[in-house]
Design a protein around this ligand. Structure first.
Ligand code: 1CP
Length: 347
């Protein structure tokens, strides 16, 4: 049996025109059909943990827009919840994990076995989604990168900077903070392997909070765990597309490209296109990077930005996306215009 033709997967080999297209957070509050389902349950976690609902939500943007890839509806914070922290999503505020993990003594509270059983709803949703997706559409599984997940785990209920407690834990007690990163690295590998077994065709890692790390801390806390995760996945799945989105990491993104086994870098909106073309694209696929506010505003500015991204990046290995998640106030018509502009682009 030959494998189905999936433009998103083909783009990892060669330039594909028009380029494959999907949007980070494409299932979410800007969609009326999402808001309708969301209003029927008491909290966001219930959506993630009810496979029928998670599948319907994952498929919503595919049915409406025909994107080339679906991303499973879930959250990066379900993993620390499976490891034993209590997770609370409250509308309009940052999600919370309690009690905070800030010392060696806190680490022993984390579950090191059987945590995957708490993630079964997402694995079931992946398998069900794969069976219901059009065959040409790829399915993306995901996890948070260990540093970003650790920022939430160490933060607890504190209201300060998201990264403060993780940095302080690392600076005061690097040995035990590294143990936390190791626990997360191992659990993330396990979880991603299960996601691939359930039907994910590609994996994306989200590193949202590594943007202001000094280089040596970046190497220890972001680069190293990501290198370990990708090495393990690569040994098991030599061809698996592994994408990494690392918001705000600027020039240091080059280190992921040269020192890890990722397949693609999803660049944020502040990453210069000419730099991405020259420094990243020769060795990795580049994904990105329209500013979500340009999409929200729409109009001629958005069209110029799309053309510029296409001009720089579409001749190489490229997937069109945003530079961060789509904003809840984004008009549907602007998403439709974006798709048309990308698919009808002529250089
Ligand atoms: O309906 C609602 O009000 C819930 C909003 C929401 C949604 C739709 C949250 C809470 N998470 C999600 C889904 C989600 N989160 C997906 C689903 C797939 C998709 O369509 O893209 C993904 C991939 C994520 C990843 C995620 N969660 C990240 C990494 C990417 C990023 O945005 O930087 C992070 C940091 C989170 C934590 C999180 N979950 C939810 C919120 C509001 C946040 C961010 C909070 C913060 O800024 O600290």
């Amino acid at each position: 049996m030959t494998s189905p033709d999936r433009p998103f997967l083909r783009a990892f080999e060669n330039s594909v025109m028009p380029p494959p297209l999907w949007l980070m957070r494409q299932a979410g509050r800007y969609l009326p059909e999402y808001r309708k389902l969301r209003s029927k349950v008491s909290n966001f976690q219930e959506l993630c943990n009810t496979p029928d609902l998670a599948v319907d939500i994952t498929l919503q943007p595919i049915k409406r827009f025909g994107f080339d890839a679906a991303i499973i509806f879930s959250d990066i914070l379900l993993l620390p919840s499976a490891l034993g922290q209590e997770l609370r999503f409250e509308d309009g505020s940052t999600p919370r994990l309690a009690p905070a993990i800030r010392t060696n003594g806190d680490l022993i509270r984390l579950r090191e076995d059987n945590y995957i059983s708490f993630l079964t709803p997402t694995l079931d949703a992946l398998a069900m989604t794969r069976s219901r997706l059009p065959k040409e559409t790829s399915l993306i599984g995901f996890a948070g990168a260990p540093w970003t997940v650790a920022t939430y785990m160490t933060r607890g209920d504190s209201t300060g900077d998201t990264r403060a407690e993780a940095k302080l834990f690392y600076y005061r007690d690097p040995k035990n903070f590294t143990r936390l990163l190791d626990i997360l690295t191992r659990a993330t590998i396990d979880y991603l392997v299960k996601q691939v077994e359930a039907g994910a065709n590609a994996i994306q890692l989200f590193e949202s909070w590594a943007g202001d790390l000094p280089e040596n801390v970046f190497r220890d806390c972001s680069l190293k765990p990501i290198a370990n995760i990708t090495k393990s996945l690569r040994e098991k799945y030599p061809e698996l597309p592994i994408l990494l989105f690392s918001k705000g990491s600027g020039l240091l993104q080059k280190l992921y490209a040269t020192e890890t086994d990722i397949s693609a870098i999803s660049i944020d909106s502040a990453t210069p296109l000419s730099w991405a073309k020259e420094e990243l694209q020769p060795c990795k696929l580049v994904q990105g990077n329209l500013d979500p506010y340009a999409l929200l505003a729409g109009g001629p500015h958005m069209e110029r930005e799309i053309d510029s991204i296409m001009e720089h990046l579409s001749p190489g290995r490229f997937v069109f996306n945003l530079g961060h998640g789509i904003l809840p106030a984004t008009p549907i018509e602007n998403v439709e215009r974006l798709i048309k502009r990308v698919r009808e682009y002529r250089s």
